[in-house]
Design a protein around this ligand. Structure first.
Ligand code: FRU
Length: 477
């Protein structure tokens, strides 16, 4: 268990930890991070009365995997944020080993939250896959996003199909006419990943309807499912575990991507899995629709513990991981495009413009900048040095992100591509996010440079326009 009272005590005991955390040069300027300790998945993303709530999997004061609470930031404009007290604690018989990931939906002015209460039983010889774990689906309601009523158990292990292991979690809700659809990520006894589908009309009583799965096995577990519509297209986002590496796909320990879904009288067929991101640090996507109707995605800019990289240097400063920039989703050409939110244009200062052919080099003082490249004709080949030892190259068929020592074990990621016409590149002190061809592909990574005073160079056979901006820090109150 980890209660609000223990958290309050820890805040006193560790009150100098914030100074240590804040002294780290790798603290990001415009990304959300754990105030101190560990962060993973974005949770409960929702906007109510103009306030966006960003909750996240949080182990306060411990930069490793521990009992999860829901950390909490709010923002009205995505530029100024308020750090709030953690929202949910693992303080109950139903969630004592972690208030795991979940989501939010507004109904009649009330925010309804659903999350997984993780319980590890200790009274037997368990393998924690087939036995020994409770995954309780818990429901909370709140009128303001800061305080909630009691924890209501809506689904327990006995409510999941008989052929499931004890890995069933991460509820996400979609409204469909008068009914609500819940998807839960699951691992079957046959070690096949799938999403379980439940229906409800009142958000308290749920019944099992079907499951969404592929005909051939596609990983052993699907974490963090999210079923949503972009225009008329139904999309299922999942984070599958256990995919075999391919030449230029599935390079990370676990993936995050989406299927296009066809629904026919309650039966779902999925096609065309596409990774959301081709970089090194990207997992556990969650989306939500804001009050202006935008579908916004955020992801954990990190990976589960089985990561093959070296330990991030931030751990010495007692914090680890961050969330990606919020990205607006658009469906076109049969694919999901990701675009940085327009609000981030307000971070720009000191514009610098050049023809690519006339560009020699540009110097950054703190690695917080944005580069926009538009080729006059699709590029034949180029080599863009984004940092001293981080290079993006294109040879006409393969786009490669190559990292040296600053990658801390992250070496190379590729996308098979026949053309590159546009690039938008965001660098923060210790992260990079690259949007390719208007956001059709993205590459996201952490990077830990020795010095933030760096030179950017660009070697390209194809001409076009290049614009660079320094980026300001956002405010956290
Ligand atoms: C994904 C995940 C979720 C789980 C949470 C626990 O990263 O493993 O499936 O709910 O993290 O922190």
């Amino acid at each position: 268990m980890y209660t609000k009272e223990e958290y309050a005590k820890d805040c006193q005991i560790h009150n100098d930890m914030r100074r240590l955390v804040d002294s780290d040069v790798n603290r990001l300027n415009y990304h959300l991070m754990a105030p101190a300790g560990w962060l993973n998945d974005p949770n409960g993303l929702v906007e109510k009365n103009g306030i966006n709530h960003v909750y996240f999997q949080y182990t306060p004061f411990d930069a490793g995997w521990g009992i999860k609470s829901w950390g909490h930031y709010t923002t009205k404009d995505w530029l100024t944020y308020k750090e709030e007290e953690p929202f949910v604690f693992a303080d109950n018989r139903l969630d004592r080993d972690g208030a795991y990931s979940g989501s939010a939906i507004v109904k009649d002015g009330i925010i309804h939250y659903f999350y997984t209460g993780n319980v590890k039983l200790l009274d037997g010889d368990y393998d924690y896959i087939l036995t020994g774990r409770e995954q309780n689906t818990i429901h909370l309601t709140s009128s303001d996003g800061f305080h909630f009523s009691g924890k209501e158990l809506v689904l327990a292990n006995s409510d999941y199909p008989d052929d499931m292991t004890t890995h069933v979690r991460d509820p996400k809700i979609l409204k469909d006419g008068e009914k609500y659809i819940m998807v839960l990520g699951a691992r079957s006894i046959e070690d096949k990943g799938c999403a379980l589908v439940y229906h409800s009309t009142d958000l308290s009583h749920w019944h099992y309807v079907t499951r969404i799965q592929t005909s051939e096995k596609f990983g052993f577990m699907w974490e963090c499912p999210d079923l949503f519509k972009l225009g008329n297209q139904l999309i299922l986002s999942v984070s599958p575990q256990g995919l075999e590496k391919e030449e230029a796909r599935y390079q990370n320990v676990f993936q995050s991507g989406y299927f296009l879904v066809d629904e026919n009288h309650g039966d779902y067929t999925v096609r065309k899995f596409e990774e959301f991101d081709y970089g090194f640090d990207f997992y556990a996507v969650q989306t939500f629709e804001d009050e202006s109707g935008r579908r916004i995605l955020m992801a954990w800019m990190g990976l589960p513990m089985e990561s093959e990289y070296q330990e991030d240097p931030t751990v010495k400063y007692n914090w680890r991981h961050a969330l990606t920039m919020p990205r607006k989703l658009v469906f076109q050409n049969d694919a999901v495009y990701q675009r940085p939110l327009k609000e981030f244009e307000k971070l720009r200062k000191n514009e610098f413009q050049s023809q690519i052919s006339e560009f020699t080099q540009w110097q950054t003082e703190n690695c917080c900048f944005e580069i926009n490249v538009t080729f006059s004709n699709p590029a034949e080949s180029f080599s863009l040095r984004l940092r001293d030892d981080v290079i993006l190259t294109f040879d006409g068929s393969l786009l490669s992100l190559k990292m040296g020592e600053s990658g801390f074990g992250r070496t190379q990621r590729n996308i098979a591509l026949d053309k590159v016409s546009r690039l938008q590149f965001f660098s923060d002190t210790s992260s990079i996010e690259i949007f390719i061809n208007g956001g059709r592909y993205t590459m996201t990574s952490r990077v830990f440079s020795d010095t933030l005073k760096q030179i950017i160079t660009f070697d390209s056979k194809s001409d076009g326009q290049l614009t660079i901006y320094d980026l300001k820090k956002f405010n956290i109150e």
